[in-house]
Design a protein around this ligand. Sequence first.
Ligand code: FMN
Length: 182
Amino acid sequence: MNVAILCGSLRKQSYNRKLLNTIKHYAPTHWTFNEIPIGSIPFYNADIEENGDPKEVTTLKEAIKQADGVLIVSPEYNNGMPAAIKNALDWAASPPAESPLPKKPFALAGASPQGAGTVQAQTQIRQTLIAIDAHVMPGPKILVGRVHTRVGEDEEMITDESTVKRIKNYVNVFDDWMKTFT
Ligand SMILES: Cc1cc2nc3c(=O)[nH]c(=O)nc-3n(C[C@H](O)[C@H](O)[C@H](O)COP(=O)(O)O)c2cc1C
């Protein structure tokens, strides 16, 4: 299974990157990963698109097209999804007739030092993906609240036992979800 990854946090010491590392660690051994850099994609602009996709967008669309599924691991900013994620999805959705998003299996995950663990960001991402006819896995949900208590500052992965248990189940359900559509 070729899994494309979009990470919504662009900072080095990101908790969401630690969550992503944990998901990768417990993923089935037959998964391969292709993380798509989204931090340098220009803002969506139909005038730019008219003259051809920027190279970062070509990379994004090609990686999603080749993937059996896409994993989005993202923080929540101001009760919503980060602009970098929305921008990547807007580019990938356009033009609709050539978009790699429709029918593509997706799974979402997120972590926050606050209690609700990115529930509002994930709701927004899900809404956008449903609007473009992607197959978003309904559950189990990975909403890691109070993430700073579940990982040490100098650790690269989440070590909290109950979170790890949920992640182990989540990756297996996503494996089945991707197989349903391939
Ligand atoms: C501009 C901004 C807005 C934020 N808004 C929210 C929010 O609405 N909900 C939330 O749970 N955390 C919010 N946070 C806190 C982030 O969850 C926290 O900074 C988190 O560590 C970011 O993810 P990262 O560690 O992967 O970079 C916000 C942080 C920033 C910088």
